[in-house]
Design a protein around this ligand. Sequence first.
Ligand SMILES: *Cc1c(COP(=O)(O)O)cnc(C)c1O
Length: 238
Amino acid sequence: MDSIALRTRFLLAETARLAAAHGRAADAVTLIGVSKTHPAGSILEAVDAGLRHVGESYVQEALDKIASLPGLPVVWHFVGRLQANKTAAVAANFDWVHAVDRLRIAERLNGQRPAGKAPLQCCIEVNLSGEQSKGGVSPEELPALASAMAALPRLQLRGLMALPAPTEDPALQREPFARLRGLLESLRGEHPQLDTLSMGMSGDMDAAIAEGATLVRIGTALFGPRVPRQALPGSEHE
Ligand SMILES: *Cc1c(COP(=O)(O)O)cnc(C)c1O
């Protein structure tokens, strides 16, 4: 499958097929095409083929693309790590933020979300491996952050996101996704409105859907290999 349009159609069908294969509703899983490092023209090709959710990870690169695609009928997801000095731009230009991992970021997003827009849809990133270098809150810190965020009126806390260390063994892939699902289930005792598990990328989509993913974030399998960032004109390192 050598075009973005063909891969988009395949992945839209494949997410529905995998959901049904794992005993879930065929529309239980939403495909997010993660287009970081790829040009705006690639996003257009995917949208023409039916993609409705687009993910980006680098703020400046994303703002340039969003500005060059006015009125595109898509939901924009910020899936990268977010620095405090970039929250205003994200609050103004995106519909979702997937990797909130501290209250300071959540409070800034809440204060900066423009009044005319719906509340910003947010997930908390959970660090399942315990590695200090990785983003995300620990499972122990999760309930306090969830309660604090649920009280912020311009945010709507939707669920959890994780980025487990890559492995090719499907059985090993499922284990961290199962843990994230368990954490969401416990949080739902206090926050029954939570309905989102953002998990699964090109290499582990099947395992994530088997464990209950509702949003899968697919880059390489849809847009092809990423362009090294230093080769992108105007790319800003964040
Ligand atoms: C780049 C990225 C993806 C997509 O990864 P692929 O392996 O290319 O599918 C998903 N999630 C996040 C947070 C990313 O930064």
